[in-house]
Design a protein around this ligand. Structure first.
Ligand code: B12
Ligand code: SF4
Length: 454
């Protein structure tokens, strides 16, 4: 069969004012441009798990979010979904199926909304794809009628056995400025709003560090100086493993970015190992500048609430080792008062956060947050998955109106990302890292893009 893998990249936001503001301000623009062109790692894993004897091609949707015409030459097309693009994905799937192309859909969105997806796809896959995909390909080949595949009915994915993603398929697509590698899957903390790998129903798992290095080398075979983004939820939960990872990848000479929780600040030895291994930025979900809003957001642990009073010191410690911090704030948490916008600005400026990401609390389908807000009648437009962008307000906050939240974020973004304030925040980082013992003359910062909240 001819099998097409269709990725739908780019960033999404609907609120016109916030989009105009957020996507045109310098800090944001820089980040948006950098991250928008990441390839779909999930599809590259599926490609690596495709049984022999099929012709595979990786496609990116066009910039107007339609499918490239060549995809109509495929017998089977695999589409990977996130909530924000799922309606676009359904429209493409409908067009493909109308002319007899079979469509398989998987990914974070359809894993939690399989009934909805079944109206648009022949095969709907719930959960991690690697061990299910060969059965999907066999079903398409045998012309099996539409059905669902639940990863729970297949052997669980062993992350120690993951193949090298088929990065080679990207060679002819376009020039990617950064590539993703996974070092771990999942996160132990389970925040009530989190819509990452948690949605796939599997626990936190770390890969063998040698395999991570193996994957990076596979990328280097194609792109000699890649910038690597770890597509993890929370890389350095296990500090001892983290040090082994750094030791393994340091000789490869790559620069990288990752998402991790604030507890890395407790281990200076780890931070130095990260910097020496090429870490340029960590994206850390601080969520709130103070304890308000944090208590109880994690369904396991209460790490963020316990750390909130130490956030400023923690950020300074990380940045003083020569690693920039992209601090993320989720605005509109139930405990957030209207003063939260000023608090975030003050925190970011005082601490000298190199990058800041402010996003709207977003009720993604399948999260405890969505169920809680829906039951309380607080979702403004239920099932408007296209508003799951992290930049659109689609719920009634507890301590302000939806409009106050919107306007609060506009005002905050305008100040945070102004040229003058961006320069001032970044100057603080350079000062801190210069002052730090051992990092003098060693720190070079290349533009990096945050992404978790994208
Ligand atoms: C890299 C990344 C991106 C890249 C995506 C590139 C791409 N085309 O895939 C870019 C930068 C473009 C991006 C953009 C956005 N992102 Co983003 N991004 C991520 C990130 C950091 C890693 C995703 C990843 O690579 N995971 C690793 C792979 C291996 O896992 P996977 O994709 O889930 O695939 C597995 C299974 O799902 C399954 N599977 C997936 N697809 C398919 C298909 C088939 C047929 C089968 C059988 C199986 C299958 O098998 C795979 C292997 O097990 C995650 C955060 C995170 N830590 O996960 C956020 C995340 C996915 N992004 C998110 C968001 C909100 C966005 C944006 C809406 C932000 C914005 N405002 O623009 C946009 C939407 C983009 C779009 N076009 O839809 C949310 C999505 C939540 C949700 N449930 O929808 C996440 C989880 C971040 C968060 N916690 O909020 N993002
Ligand atoms: S710490 Fe981050 S990745 Fe982990 S559950 Fe919370 S939001 Fe998700």
């Amino acid at each position: 069969m001819h099998i097409g893998l269709l990725a739908m990249s780019g960033v999404r936001a609907h609120d016109p004012a916030l989009t105009k503001l957020g996507l045109t301000l310098p800090g944001f623009l820089e980040r948006g441009e950098i991250i928008a062109s990441l390839p779909s790692l999930g599809l590259l894993y599926l490609a690596a798990c495709t049984p022999a004897g099929h012709e595979l091609r990786y496609f990116e949707a066009e910039s107007d979010r339609t499918e490239p015409p060549e995809i109509y030459g495929c017998d089977l097309v695999a589409i990977s979904t996130f909530s924000a693009q799922v309606f676009e994905a359904y429209a493409i799937a409908d067009r493909l199926r109308a002319v007899g192309v079979k469509v398989a859909m998987g990914g974070l969105h359809v894993a939690v909304c399989p009934d909805e997806a079944a109206q648009h796809a022949d095969y709907v896959i719930i959960g991690e794809g690697e061990n299910v995909w060969p059965a999907v390909v066999a079903a398409a080949e045998a012309d099996v009628p539409p059905r669902r595949f639940n990863a729970r009915e297949f052997p669980a994915v062993d992350v120690a056995q993951l193949p090298i993603p088929r990065y080679d398929l990207l060679r002819d697509v376009r020039c990617y400025n950064r590539l993703t590698v996974q070092t771990s899957r999942g996160c132990p903390w389970r925040c009530d709003f989190c819509a990452s790998t948690i949605m796939l129903g599997r626990p936190y798992r770390k890969r063998p560090v040698e395999h991570v290095a193996r994957d990076i080398r596979a990328i280097q075979d194609i792109w000699p100086s890649p910038f690597i983004e770890f597509a993890d939820d929370n890389t350095f939960v296990d500090k001892a493993w983290g040090k082994r990872l750094c030791a393994e990848i340091a000789p490869l000479g790559v620069k990288w970015f990752t998402e991790t929780d604030i507890t890395v600040a407790d281990d200076v030895e780890l931070l130095d190992a990260m910097r020496d291994a090429g870490c340029r930025q960590v994206l850390v979900g601080l969520e709130s500048p103070s304890t308000s809003g944090l208590d109880g957001i994690e369904l396991r642990g209460n790490v963020k609430a316990q750390w909130a009073n130490r956030y400023a010191d923690a950020v300074r410690t990380i940045q003083s080792r020569g690693i920039t911090v992209n601090g993320c704030f989720v605005l509109g948490l139930d405990g957030h008062p209207p003063a939260v916008f000023d608090d975030v600005l003050r925190f970011a400026m005082e601490v000298g956060l190199y990058d800041v990401q402010v996003t709207v609390m977003t009720p993604f389908p399948g999260t405890p947050l969505y169920d809680r807000l829906l039951a309380a009648g607080r979702i403004i437009e239920p099932r408007r998955w296209d508003l799951c962008t992290l930049f659109d307000v689609n719920f009634h906050p507890q301590n302000m109106t939806a409009d106050e939240l919107r306007r609060g974020i506009y005002g905050l973004a305008e100040k945070l990302y102004s040229d003058a304030n961006t320069r001032q925040r970044r100057r603080a980082f350079f000062k801190m890292s210069r002052a730090s013992r051992g990092s003098v003359n060693r720190v070079t910062v290349s533009p990096v893009g945050g992404d978790r909240r994208d």
